[in-house]
Design a protein around this ligand. Structure first.
Ligand SMILES: Cc1cc2nc3c(=O)[nH]c(=O)nc-3n(C[C@H](O)[C@H](O)[C@H](O)COP(=O)(O)O)c2cc1C
Length: 166
């Protein structure tokens, strides 16, 4: 597998923790905190993972607010992108993981191929823009309510990614 770049934004550390665990499970991954990274660093990788929490009411996490406009201008054709999101399904049931939906739509518009869809079974929520064709666009994590399920979800998802990344 070619090197993978994992880019994440995190306000209270939950997405950062998941990013480290995903990198460890997958191997050969370089972590980039997007607060300290320019968007064109994405172009160094053909395998890309993007991680984001959702804030406000269905809004991008602060660092993603800064990072996304630059990313939106890139040509990501030929890139394989996997997404993961952190949210709170009970307190934000109508906008659960919406940031992952926003990022998904942006990378698709940039020409990337998105892999790593994840079933909605086992989650309780009303609505999410991260659901595309009946599945989450990427790995759905809820550190607030289902943190005990995170290690197994990461294990399963990264095993799936190894077959999809080149
Ligand atoms: C003020 C506030 C607003 C939030 N808004 C949302 C939201 O709209 N949708 C959602 O799914 N989660 C929401 N969350 C939950 C966070 O996304 C969740 O706690 C996440 O694990 C934080 O990750 P981070 O520490 O990496 O930023 C919110 C949490 C807080 C405290």
């Amino acid at each position: 597998m070619q090197p993978t770049g994992l880019f994440y934004g995190s306000s209270t550390g939950n997405t950062a923790t998941a990013a480290r665990d995903i990198a460890q499970a997958l191997g050969n991954v370089t972590l980039h905190d997007i607060a300290e990274t320019s968007a064109d660093t994405l172009l160094s990788y053909s395998n890309i993972i993007l991680g984001a929490s959702t804030w406000g009411f269905g809004e991008l996490q602060d660092d993603w607010q800064q990072f996304l406009p630059g990313m939106a201008e890139l040509d990501l054709a030929g890139k394989t992108v996997a997404l993961f999101g952190l949210g709170d399904q009970y307190s934000y049931s109508d906008v659960f993981l919406d940031a992952m939906g926003t990022i998904h739509d942006t990378v698709v518009a940039c020409g990337a191929t998105v892999v790593g869809a994840w079933p909605t079974d086992g989650y309780e929520f009303e609505a999410s823009s991260a659901v595309k064709n009946g599945s989450f666009a990427g790995l759905a994590l809820d550190a607030d309510n289902q943190n005990d399920m995170t290690p197994q979800r990461i294990q399963q998802w990264t095993a799936q990614l190894t077959t999809m990344f080149r």
